[in-house]
Ligand binder design. Structure first.
Ligand code: ITT
Length: 198
């Protein structure tokens, strides 16, 4: 069975990827299966750089094809904050949400987008990167208990519920991560088809 590592220690991301991966011939592992994996400093200035740093390090350490995602929330009235600093905006999810709502007080424009860049690496080299997004708005108070991170305050376009009020199947149909993953999966299928043509 082919083995692919998702270069993340975020258990929520792992669950989302397991649900997105329809192919049973691929065994998905994550950094949770490699407890000795050293902490990698995400010192890039873009989602793409940070995803690439994580994917390269995991492909070397785990000696397997690796894909990593760097993702975050960009709020337009806050000049794109928290952006690549989404995980580091405050110590815990409730504090991150509270800080975001505070910074948005009095702002009329509450539009935002979630972004996800997936980088695929093999033998320490980047093969390709893929970006997905979902647009929406930031609510006035946290609602719902599904998902993770900023989900309780993010209302995707065309919805009245937050991501945390949607089921995981509903979120996985439209999320930034699902959109990036679909592009990555299409690329991998094309590459495999090209290899099989020889
Ligand atoms: P890894 O680096 O180990 O993958 P991480 O949680 O630190 O885990 P990131 O550096 O990519 O991941 O930071 C992403 C942060 O952006 C995440 O911690 C959330 O705060 C936010 N985020 C990303 N995707 C999200 C989603 O689908 N729902 C809610 N918040 C999300």
């Amino acid at each position: 069975m082919a083995n692919v590592v998702i270069a993340t220690s975020n258990a929520h991301k792992v669950e989302e990827y397991k649900a997105l991966m329809a192919d049973d011939s691929i065994e998905l592992q994550s950094l949770l299966d490699y407890p000795g994996f050293p902490d990698v400093e995400e010192n890039g200035t873009t989602f793409t750089e940070n995803a690439s740093i994580k994917a390269i390090a995991a492909s070397k350490y785990c000696d397997a094809p690796a894909f990593a995602d760097d993702s975050g929330l960009e709020v337009f009235a806050l000049n794109g904050e928290p952006g690549i600093y989404s995980a580091r905006y405050a110590p815990t999810d409730p504090e991150r949400i509270a800080k975001l709502l505070k910074n948005l007080e009095g702002k009329e424009d509450r539009s935002a987008r979630f972004v996800c860049v997936i980088a695929i690496a093999f033998n320490g080299e980047i093969i390709e990167t893929f970006e997905g997004e979902i647009r929406g708005t930031i609510g006035f108070e946290p609602k719902g208990s599904n998902g993770f991170g900023y989900d309780p305050v993010f209302i995707p376009e065309g919805e009245t519920r937050t991501f945390a009020e949607l089921s995981s199947e509903e979120k996985n149909r439209i999320s930034h991560r699902a959109n990036a993953f679909r592009k990555a999966a299409e690329f991998v299928e094309e590459q495999l088809a090209a290899l099989n043509a020889f």
